[in-house]
Design a protein around this ligand. Structure first.
Ligand code: PHE
Length: 346
C-alpha cells in the first residue's frame, strides 16, 4: 500500500488530482485512516509492532503530499509568470495626442501680453440680461444698433420679478463685462475679458458662436493717447513685429465717444498678406473708443471723476491673421486634418 500511495502522489499531475489522492489516503474514509482505526482492537503486543508502522506510513504519505503540493504550486506560478511576460522592447502603437486649439492659444497669448501691461482677466456670463448687453451700454430698446447685432433672444421671466418680462440674450459682444466689472469693483480698473459671443450669422468669416476679447481701463486722466499706445504695444507683441502700423478711423459705437475703428497695415510677401508695414493695405482688427460718460454713470461711477477707454476685438480673426487661416468655420469643425495642417495637432 505504501508504494502504491507514494506512486499515486508523485503521479498526480495537478493540485486537484493530488487532493483526490489525499482524500483517498487520509480522508475520513481514507485507507490510512481505516488502518489507524484498527489499532484500537489490537492486543497491546500487536499494537506495539503495527502502531509505529501505520504512523510511519501516515507521516511518509503526508510528507510526500506536502512536497508534491509545493512542487505543483511552483510549477503553476512559473507557468503564469511565463505567460504574463511583457516584452518592453516591442515597439508601441502611437497614441494620438491632442494639442491646444488656436483659439485657446491666442487667448493664452492675450492674457500673457496684457498681464505685462498690468491688466487682469475678467469674465462674465454668456447668457446675459438685455440690460447688461444693451441698455447699460447706451443701446436703448429702440436703438438701431440692436438690429445690427442679430441677437439670439431667450424667453424667460426674471426670477422673483412679477409682471416684468426681462429679456435674456446670448451676449452679442464681450462689452457687458465692462458693465459687470465697473459695478463690481472700484477704479482704477485695467481688465481684459476674453470669451464666447453669439450672433445669428454664418459665412466664411462669421459663425453663430465666435470669440471676442474686451479691454477696459478706467482711471483718472485717461486719454485717446493711452488707448493708442496700449493697442500698438499689444499688436506689436501679438504679431511679434516692431513695424506694426495702426490707423484709427472715426467710427460710431453707442458706448464710446469718440469711437475709432482700428486698422492694422499689411504688406504682401510671396503673394500672401503679412501683418506689418502698410504697403499692401489696411485690415480692420478692432473697435474702440473712450468710454461714454453715460455708461460710466450707469455703473454708479462719477464720469467727471473717472474716464477710460475700451476696445473689443475678434479673437478668431486675430488667430486667422496670425496663423494664415482663411475659413473661420473650420475653427469649430473639430477636423483633425485641418488642425494638423496649421500645426495645431500632432
Ligand atoms: N462691442 C463692440 C463690437 O462687438 C466692440 C467695441 C468694444 C467697440 C469696446 C468699442 C469699445 O463690435
Amino acid at each position: 500500500m505504501r508504494d502504491a500511495l507514494l506512486a499515486a502522489v508523485s503521479d498526480a499531475e495537478g493540485l486537484e488530482a493530488l487532493d483526490a489522492v489525499r482524500v483517498e489516503a487520509l480522508g475520513k474514509q481514507g485507507r490510512i485512516t481505516q488502518l489507524l482505526k484498527t489499532l484500537g482492537g489490537m492486543s497491546p503486543d500487536e499494537r506495539q509492532v503495527r502502531g509505529p508502522a501505520i504512523q510511519g506510513l501516515r507521516e511518509a504519505v503526508t510528507g510526500a503530499i506536502a512536497t508534491r503540493k509545493a512542487a505543483l504550486e511552483q510549477a503553476a506560478l512559473d507557468a503564469r509568470l511565463a505567460s504574463e511576460t511583457i516584452d518592453l522592447t516591442l515597439p508601441v502603437d502611437a497614441v494620438p495626442a491632442g494639442t491646444i486649439h488656436p483659439v485657446s492659444q491666442v487667448m493664452d497669448e492675450l492674457a500673457e501680453i496684457f498681464a505685462d501691461l498690468g491688466f487682469a482677466v475678467a469674465t462674465g456670463p454668456e447668457i446675459e440680461t438685455d440690460w447688461h448687453n444693451f441698455s447699460a451700454l447706451n443701446i436703448p430698446e429702440t436703438h438701431p444698433a440692436r438690429a445690427m447685432h442679430d441677437t439670439f433672444y431667450l424667453a424667460g421671466v426674471e426670477p422673483g420679478g412679477d409682471e416684468a418680462l426681462v429679456k435674456r440674450v446670448l451676449r452679442t459682444h464681450t462689452s457687458p463685462v465692462q458693465i459687470r466689472t465697473m459695478m463690481g469693483q472700484q477704479p482704477p480698473i485695467r481688465i481684459i475679458a476674453p470669451g464666447r459671443t453669439y450672433r445669428s450669422d454664418s459665412d466664411a468669416t462669421h459663425t453663430p458662436m465666435f470669440h471676442q476679447v474686451e479691454g477696459l481701463v478706467i482711471d483718472k486722466g485717461i486719454t485717446l493717447a493711452h488707448l493708442k499706445w496700449t493697442l500698438e504695444t499689444f499688436l506689436k507683441a501679438f504679431f511679434e513685429r516692431d513695424d506694426i502700423v495702426l490707423r484709427l478711423r472715426p467710427s460710431y459705437f453707442p458706448f464710446t465717444e469718440p469711437s475709432a475703428e482700428v486698422d492694422v497695415g499689411y504688406t504682401i510677401e510671396k503673394g500672401k498678406r503679412v501683418i506689418g508695414g502698410s504697403g499692401g493695405g489696411w485690415m480692420e482688427v478692432l473697435g474702440s473708443g473712450m468710454v461714454h460718460p453715460k455708461v460710466i454713470a450707469a455703473c454708479g461711477l462719477d464720469p467727471d471723476e473717472w474716464q477710460g477707454f475700451a476696445f473689443g476685438c475678434g479673437i478668431d480673426r486675430l488667430a486667422m491673421l496670425k496663423y494664415g487661416m482663411d475659413d473661420l468655420r473650420a475653427f469649430f469643425d473639430g477636423d483633425i486634418r485641418w488642425l494638423k495642417h496649421y500645426g495645431f495637432a500632432s
